[in-house]
Design a protein around this ligand. Structure first.
Ligand SMILES: [Cu+2]
Length: 153
């Protein structure tokens, strides 16, 4: 399995996202426990290309994981046709994270497009990349409010 830990260093956002092999897909479980307090819109989140570099800045993670190159100008993910979405566009495929007064947010689904492989070995491999959570209700590119590396476990 693989996991991304949010330890609270970015705007107090704490929790984890786990990735577990499930048949031909990957079971994704989002369990954010604090920091997502905005209930007026959904928080977009994606798998980004790179792990966070030594600056610690979420800006260092590059763009969305998009090995099929669909993220061109005017791109919109149709959740009914997830195979045409950017592989890393989790909120496009499955919806953004709904915040709550206590700041927790949960989601669970199976994705058939990401792989539990090292990023150096597979174009759709997620280990060695990162997850970025963006501000809700923001025009693209929405500000990056938190990020966490995806590590094998
Ligand atoms: Cu993103």
């Amino acid at each position: 399995m693989a996991v991304a830990f949010f330890t609270g260093e970015y705007q107090g956002i704490k929790g984890l996202i786990t990735f577990t092999r499930k048949g031909r897909g990957v079971h994704v479980n989002v369990d954010i426990r604090s920091g997502l307090n905005d209930t007026t819109g959904k928080y977009p989140y994606h798998i980004h290309q790179f792990a966070i570099n030594s600056t610690g800045s979420c800006a260092s993670t590059g763009g969305h994981l998009d090995p099929t190159g669909v993220g061109v100008s005017g791109y919109v993910c149709d959740p009914n046709v997830p195979k045409k979405c950017e592989v890393g566009d989790l909120s496009g495929k499955y919806g953004g994270l709904q915040g709550s007064p206590r700041g927790c947010a949960k989601a669970t689904y199976i994705d058939k497009f990401i792989a539990l492989k090292d990023s150096s070995k597979a174009a759709n491999g997620i280990i060695g990349r990162s997850i970025v959570i963006h501000a809700p209700n923001s025009p693209a590119p929405a500000p990056r409010i938190a990020c966490a590396d995806i590590v094998a476990k």
